[in-house]
Design a protein. Structure first.
Length: 376
């Protein structure tokens, strides 16, 4: 059974009219640690010097809001002037202190107790410099764990999804599906989606299906979608939208479809060079993809997502969802909004745990007091 769609996993939003299902408002959390009294020199560094992953950064800053006066955020030197598709607008609300990644850390003269690296695989040298500015501390072995902080993107009060009667929202305001990613089959399997749609084009022409079925494709990069002419009426391509517009478009679709890259294309990139042959390599890629989907399914329970049945492909499932009653679709969105709060509560507790441990004595203070520094 394949995963079909996650509704705004990065930024869940409230795209439901007031007289239908009410979604929970994003919770304002309260700090349980008196940092000013317990460790007044405490500092957190959050690092994201690349031009992307700002949806992750905004989620972290949202969860860290009760401690934002102790947070320093390091961003690329041109983020404010170039704005990177509205990235600066996505985080500028925070009262954390923002610095450029090309800052001289020696003259900056701040020692950090907790460092959060958003994109370390893309900026190893920068990550090493920031980590080197950490205060040495006693640590104990700790099992690796995960967290997903989610920024609660909200629609305006005058949005059609907020003012239309519930029976009119679906089809008139919230319609169709969305795919997002670089416009290339190396990232998303657009070709497979087009082939599936071509097999079902007569059904898609049916006004009863067409009222609800449409595909919004959002992304950037050279347009290598190769969209067949006969499918253009069913697909709208949104090229490089700023973050707020990007999420607003997705919010007005019934679901976001994660279609994995074409395994054959992935193999040709040489990702699996050690495989015996191309068929063997494709099998390995498929197993990797299934493994990633299973991990995601563990994070997002079945009742909080829409998915394909065993005999369906993605378009089969999209057509089936297009025939569902609005209340059945919106109940999934409601449960996803609840999941958003569960994710953020988990993230908040985990970060507070790190803050609480970081407020303890430093390794240097411990040694000065006659203790021993043990490395595990």
């Amino acid at each position: 059974m394949k995963l079909l769609c996650i509704l705004l996993l990065a930024c869940f939003c409230s795209a439901v009219s007031p007289d239908s299902i009410l979604l929970p408002v994003a919770k304002d959390r309260v700090a349980s640690i008196d940092v000013a009294a317990e460790c007044p020199k405490f500092r957190i560094a959050v690092v994201n010097g690349v031009k992307f992953h700002f949806e992750i950064l905004s989620g972290l800053l949202h969860v860290l809001k009760p401690y934002q006066k102790y947070v320093d955020v390091f961003l690329g030197p041109y983020i404010r002037t170039q704005n990177y598709d509205g990235a600066w607008d996505l985080v500028r609300w925070s009262k954390a202190r923002f610095y450029k990644t090309d800052i001289n850390l020696h003259s900056h003269n701040v020692t950090y107790d907790l460092v959060i690296l958003v994109s370390p695989e893309y900026e190893l040298e920068l990550s090493q410099r920031i980590v080197a500015a950490m205060r040495p501390r006693l640590t104990t072995g700790r099992k690796a764990d995960w967290m997903l902080s989610v920024f609660p993107f909200q629609l305006s009060e005058t949005d059609c999804a907020m003012i239309l009667p519930s029976e009119q929202v679906l089809g008139m305001c919230v319609r169709g599906f969305s795919m997002q990613g670089k416009f290339s089959n190396l990232r998303r399997n657009y070709t497979s989606i087009w082939t599936q749609m071509q097999r079902r084009v007569e059904e898609l022409d049916d006004p009863q299906i067409g009222k609800y079925f449409h595909l919004s494709v959002l992304g950037k990069g050279p347009n290598r979608l190769a969209l067949p002419i006969e499918l253009e009426q069913f697909v709208t391509v949104h090229q490089r939208q700023v973050y707020k517009v990007f999420y607003n478009i997705i919010a007005h679709t019934m679901a976001l479809v994660p279609s994995l890259a074409n395994p054959k294309k992935t193999v040709k990139m040489g990702i699996l060079e050690n495989s015996e042959d191309e068929e063997d390599a494709m099998n390995k890629v498929s197993k990797m993809a299934i493994g990633k989907q299973k991990k995601l399914q563990l994070i997002v329970p079945e009742y909080q997502r829409l998915q394909t049945e065993d005999s369906e492909d993605e378009v089969d499932a999209m057509i089936r969802v297009s025939k569902m009653a609005g209340k059945d679709i919106f109940v999934v969105r409601e449960k996803l909004a609840v999941l958003r709060e569960e994710f953020n509560e988990r993230s908040f507790k985990m970060l507070e745990g790190y803050i609480r441990r970081s407020c303890g004595p430093s390794a240097l203070d411990h040694v000065r007091a006659g203790g021993f520094l043990e490395l595990e």
